[in-house]
Design a protein around this ligand. Structure first.
Ligand code: DX5
Ligand code: ZN
Length: 216
């Protein structure tokens, strides 16, 4: 299992300081980009990603919750993103968008909102490096995990097996120490956690506890 702390719950006035707190335990740094249209919240853009790039060696996992992602893929790729994930719901020509991301030599992911069926991405699964299953409705940190998503993750894992594919399954939203083990059992390879990590007393120790919970 890989851990990807989401900086959405970090202190934006001291972002780098918070990133340093997780740098040694995290496998990826999850960066939530929101435009106020696709989701009702606004966060950060490529300039922030570019500034952070100089100070962190973690792979940057950029989650685009924006309309017209095609317009911004180049900017995020050039800012230092290692993975770019777009939402199926925001892409009219999803296959083309995925190829565009891969054209920059980085990993491409596709994300699904809780209500969006797996069938909608069936014919691009062979083209992606990861699938991000949203386990809350995107837009905010600190929301409650949607229980029916366990089944969706399991279904995706079985679909991957049946198709003989190797993409990673990432899960995002409402994840904490009490549900992480069950999520990994269902099929999650990458765990995104924002509030559970950055709002804890000791983020590094919390990451260790996540890993321990999965080992048990
Ligand atoms: C939600 C974002 C998440 C968010 C998760 O739209 O995509 O990455 O930071 O936050 P928690 O872990 O607090 O639910
Ligand atoms: Zn996210």
């Amino acid at each position: 299992m890989k851990i990807a702390p989401s900086i959405l719950s970090a202190n934006f006035a001291n972002l780098l300081e918070d990133i340093k707190k997780v740098e040694k335990g995290a496998d990826l740094l999850h960066i939530d980009v929101m435009d106020g249209h696709f989701v009702p919240n606004i966060t950060i853009g490529p300039v922030v990603v570019k500034s952070l790039r100089k100070f962190s060696s973690l792979p940057f996992d950029v989650h685009l919750m924006i309309e017209n992602p095609d317009l911004y893929i180049e900017d995020f790729a050039n800012s230092g993103a290692d993975n770019i994930t777009v939402h199926q719901e925001a892409c009219l020509h999803l296959h083309r968008t995925i190829q565009k991301i891969k054209g920059y030599g980085i990993k491409a992911g596709v994300s699904l909102n809780p209500a969006t069926p797996l069938e909608t991405i069936k014919y691009v699964l062979q083209d992606v490096d990861m699938v991000l299953i949203m386990t809350v409705n995107p837009g905010f940190g600190g929301q409650k995990f949607i229980d029916t998503m366990f089944k969706k993750i399991e279904d995706l894992r079985l679909l991957r097996e049946n198709l003989g594919l190797k993409f990673e399954i990432e899960v995002d939203g409402g994840i904490n120490l009490s549900n992480v083990a069950e999520l990994v059992k269902a099929g999650a390879d990458i765990i995104v956690a924002g509030s559970a990590i950055f709002e804890s007393q000791n983020p590094m120790e919390t990451i260790e506890r996540f890993k321990e919970a999965v080992r048990k």
